[in-house]
Design a protein around this ligand. Structure first.
Ligand code: XIL
Length: 548
């Protein structure tokens, strides 16, 4: 695969280049799919012919790359990586130059400009290990899926089981009643070319979910992103329509009776908008819209219904709870219903940011959709602690951000409690609430600490605050007869502690009770579940932990 380059100049010894550039280098590049570590091997033979290959560590896999067009000139070199996405080929260009003992590499991709990385002979230092101890130690007495089992399903997203640890698989199966495949059912993964399907991971997921009694929500059939271009080649409406139908028939048909529901159309509405667009559907100018017109949504729903008459069919989108985008969503849904599109439900993705969750909009959106006779699910819930939220691509930052503070975690816990109070209040409409990921490591918002478990699978305060809400006042009253102001913490027999419990009443619940105390580095504070009961709150026996 590798092209060769012979050094032409007599007075330039190939040996000099070999010494300078040959051997193994390590460098890292950021990509939309996370940090990628390249282990680059460069060889130059006596004739001066150069080859280069690499193993690339990505979040999910180790990818082997053979570079092409490798050219070496004294202390500099260039080469290219050709990648196939569906039927499309992408070419990533690299150029490198010795800088002292390192090799400065620039990588450029299409119009995107260059990204630089310093390749070294030594392996890059692994990111600082997260402290395995939680910032706040939290006790829970009930699983979230059980706490809401009479109200709605509580789910998570991920391409389980492959590449998840035993501990993570156990966590997922224990706490969640539903699963959404995060990527493996998307067109580019499952149907990379018109005549090629890859069902390995989707079959494995379905099998694993069935074994663990989890319901499965399919994601996603018709979308502008992560969809290969072969669907739209020739741009002939009849051909595109036939491809859409075959895609839906094959995929939905394969899992008929096994998947409970599907995101049929994802993210069809434009971002932003204004008072003018609010009166319209304001559809995104996707390949689907360009080739099939606004009719593409109705078609997709009809094909999905034909393929599995029992599956619950969703329109799914982000930020549709607020502003002009919400208004557009209502215009669109009303049209779909009037046109006889077999749509059952709306998925509010729910990528929100702590401190800025639009609670009132969310509640209004739920009742608005219900007024159309549609069910609602929160399909991709995460509440980020820092940085961007929203459903857009390419906004991920803070991958290696500092751990959250106790205040961050409490604020997030309050946000989650208020959200679940709204969901529970509308339990007659809400079918399912799915978190987008499993823990703060298995999330597309890594570094922003958005979920209920930290990166080491420790329960976060948000989990306890949500549970506190699920407790009816009656239950809480039974369990917490006296409102203790001073709580003695029993440590399992190794010593006595006492601490003053600070508690506060949120709009809906007294959540997160923090007792600041130093626990030998195991935790900076202990977190006790408090219930919303006006009669008091619960405390938990902790320990055992070491006492000096
Ligand atoms: C995201 C996945 O979480 C990432 O792993 C992937 O790289 C990009 O897609 N809205 C959606 C989801 O409907 O499919 C997206 O998932 C997040 C935004």
């Amino acid at each position: 695969m590798s092209a060769t380059f012979t050094l032409g100049q007599e007075n330039t010894s190939p040996k000099q280049s070999s010494e300078s550039l040959t051997g193994t280098w390590h460098c890292q590049f950021d990509s939309p799919f996370g940090l990628q570590t390249y282990h680059l091997h460069i060889a130059i033979n006596d004739a001066g012919d150069a080859t280069a290959h690499a193993e690339v560590d990505t979040r999910d896999e180790v990818r082997k790359v053979e570079f092409v067009d490798v050219k070496v000139d004294n202390d500099s070199l260039s080469f290219a990586e050709v990648r196939q996405f569906g039927d499309r080929e992408f070419r990533i260009e690299y150029s490198g130059e010795r800088k002292g003992k390192d090799l400065a590499i620039t990588r450029s991709f299409g119009e995107r400009g260059g990204q630089e990385s310093l390749a070294t002979r030594e392996l890059p230092k692994p990111p600082p290990k997260e402290d395995p101890a939680p910032v706040v130690e939290v006790k829970i007495d009930c699983l979230i899926k059980d706490a809401f089992k009479d109200s709605f399903l509580v789910g998570m997203a991920g391409d389980l089981p492959s590449r998840y640890s035993e501990e993570e698989l156990k966590l997922a199966a224990e706490h969640f009643a539903a699963i959404t495949p995060e990527n493996c059912m998307k067109p580019e993964r499952v149907h990379p070319a018109e005549d090629r399907w890859d069902f390995e991971r989707t079959d494995a997921l379905v099998q694993w979910a069935e074994k663990n009694d989890m319901t499965i929500h399919g994601h996603t059939l018709v979308w502008h992103a992560q969809t290969p271009n072969w669907f739209f080649e020739e741009r002939d409406p009849e051909t595109v329509k036939r491809r859409m139908q075959q895609h839906i028939e094959t995929l939905v048909g394969r899992y008929k009776g096994k998947l409970q529901s599907w995101d049929v159309v994802n993210e069809a509405i434009n971002d932003g908008g204004n008072s003018e667009t609010a009166k319209t559907e304001n559809l995104r100018n996707s390949n689907w819209l360009q080739t099939l017109g606004p009719e593409f949504l109705t078609l997709a729903f009809k094909f999905a219904r034909q393929a599995d008459p029992d599956a619950v069919l969703y329109y799914n989108d982000y930020n549709i709870e607020s502003g002009p985008k919400h208004a557009s969503s209502m215009v669109l849904l009303e049209r779909l219903l009037a046109d006889g599109a077999p749509i059952d439900a709306v998925g509010i993705q729910g990528h929100w940011r702590s401190g800025r969750v639009p609670f009132e909009d969310i509640e209004k959106a739920i009742t608005d959709y219900a007024s159309l006779g549609l069910k609602v699910s929160i399909t991709e819930l995460d509440v980020t602690i820092r940085g961007e939220s929203g459903g857009q691509f390419g906004r991920r930052r803070f991958r290696n951000s500092a751990p959250p503070t106790v205040d961050d975690l409490n604020a997030q816990a309050d946000d989650y409690a208020r959200l679940f109070a709204i969901f529970k209040k509308h339990e007659d409409v809400i079918e399912r609430v799915t978190f987008w990921g499993l823990n703060d490591r298995r999330t597309w918002r890594r570094g922003q600490h958005p979920l209920l478990f930290d990166g080491n699978n420790n329960v976060k305060p948000a989990y306890a605050s949500i549970l506190a809400l699920a407790d009816s006042d009656d239950d809480a009253a039974k369990r917490a007869p006296e409102p203790p102001k001073n709580v003695r913490i029993e440590d399992g027999g190794q010593g006595d502690y006492s601490a003053t419990v600070a508690f506060r009443f949120d709009r809906h619940a007294a959540v997160s009770t923090i007792i600041p105390m130093d626990l030998q580095g195991r935790a900076k504070s202990h977190h006790f579940l408090a219930t919303s009961s006006p009669f008091g709150f619960l405390t938990w026996r902790t320990g055992p932990f070491a006492v000096p």
